[in-house]
Write a protein that binds this ligand. Structure first.
Ligand code: NAD
Length: 386
């Protein structure tokens, strides 16, 4: 198999990397950027921090501060209206996956015209109208290094997966200091999202030598640091490891794929507004248990890499340790079940078939080591609701 590897061409990583922003823009030849962010990050002072760095370099940035968590088509179109107003030549996405995905979708839609719906998979997005500079403030999605954006169509309650090399940011600034302010709940959700990316990329049918190394490296960084980042927000070493791990996990899945957890997670987010990382966390132990028989060696290697199984432990026992660890992690990080989150049984049953259909249509379940039928996905949804 030949793997196509796409990488963010200019990646700055480390504490204080935000200061590189003017240099990154200069290398791209951009002079008139639009910052894409949200009100929370503005209140935290990050937007002003970035704007001030640019002003010092003689660059006045425009602002679009209305991105929403789990971005919608409406939000992308609002952003696009601001973009078209200002003759901007670059987008600076400052925020979590939601701000970054909004900027990527804006650049893609500005280039293609038409409707966001036309850009979902299996369509391949070939180019964006202007370069996107991604500055993540969560250690989770890896969107700063992925050829992916996820946009919700609120009219149909569908989280649309959009892919293509044109969605790869032209540059990424990965500065863990921007994540110190992330509250424990969001730290847990985004951290489990990153761990899920690493595990799913490693067991994916599209895994390759490059993605394997990124996935294992990510697990090595995330597994021993997620609890510390959750319990001790100011633990800089844990934050630094989580940030590097999340970016590596993004490279891993973008150049392999995600699989069944993500496929089943997106419809939960779209129908019940469960944050993306949290819905992954709700699914991860059960889906891993169900998938293990089809890739025992690979899941066992995940357990060894996460240092929860010794090198000499047999594969079956290592897989049991992995499932136990994922359950223990959810308990310690207070991950609720769907029922505990407040999803009503009757409403869940009313859309469960549609969720399974949407999951299958996204293509992600087809990359899982064990490929489910729609009926099996329905049964798995019921298992995790309880
Ligand atoms: P998010 O971007 O939705 O942010 C969650 C909340 O945390 C927001 O209210 C935000 O303002 C706040 N926040 C962000 N950084 C903060 C900080 N440093 N301090 C305090 N508050 C902060 O969360 P996310 O998990 O990063 O992104 C989720 C989105 O990313 C979903 O839409 C998901 O589908 C998508 N996603 C995309 C990819 C990809 O490759 N493109 C991969 C996985 C997930």
């Amino acid at each position: 198999m030949v793997a196509r590897i796409d990488l963010t061409p200019d990646l700055r990583i480390g504490g204080g990397a935000l200061a590189d922003l003017p240099d990154v823009l200069a290398r791209l030849g951009a002079r008139r950027p639009l910052i894409i962010s949200d009100q929370i990050l503005a209140q935290l002072g990050y937007v002003e921090q970035a704007s001030a760095l640019l002003r010092k370099a003689g660059i006045e940035a425009g602002l679009f501060l209305d991105t929403v968590p789990e971005p919608t088509v409406d939000c992308v179109e609002d952003g696009l209206a601001s973009f078209r107003d200002g003759a901007f030549d670059a987008l600076i996405a400052l925020g979590g996956g939601s701000a970054i995905d909004t900027a990527k979708a804006m650049a893609a839609l500005a280039a293609s015209g038409g409707a966001m719906r036309d850009l979902k998979v299996p369509h391949i997005i070939g180019r964006g109208a202007v370069p996107v500079i991604a500055i993540p403030t969560t250690a989770g999605t890896g969107s700063e290094v992925t050829r992916v954006t996820v946009i919700t169509d609120a009219a149909t309650d569908e989280k649309m997966l959009c892919m293509g090399p044109g969605l790869m940011p032209a540059a990424a600034i990965v500065d863990y200091e921007l994540t110190i302010s992330l509250p424990p709940r969001a730290t847990a959700d985004t951290g489990i999202d990153a761990l899920t990316h690493a595990i799913e990329a490693y067991v994916s049918r599209k895994a390759n030598a490059f993605s394997d190394q990124q996935a294992l490296g990510a697990m090595r960084l995330i597994a021993p640091n997620l609890r510390a980042a959750y319990h001790e927000p100011d633990n800089r070493a844990a934050r630094e490891a989580m940030m590097a791990g999340a970016t590596m996990a993004g490279m891993a899945f973008s150049n392999a794929s995600v699989a069944l957890v993500h496929g089943m997670s997106r419809p939960i987010g779209a129908f019940f507004h469960v944050p993306h990382g949290l819905s992954n966390a709700m699914l991860l132990p059960a889906i891993t248990r169900w998938s293990v028989p089809a890739a025992r060696e690979r899941y066992a290697e995940c357990a060894r890499t996460m240092a929860i199984a010794d090198a000499g432990l047999d594969d079956a026992s290592a897989c049991t340790r992995l499932i136990d660890e994922l359950e223990a992690l959810n308990a310690e990080l207070s991950v609720p079940t769907l029922c505990e989150f407040g999803v009503e049984d009757a409403r869940f049953e009313a859309v469960i078939e549609t969720m399974a259909e949407q999951a299958e249509a996204s293509g992600s379940p087809g990359n899982n080591p064990r490929i489910p039928t729609q009926a099996e996905m329905v049964a798995l949804y019921r298992e995790v609701w309880v």
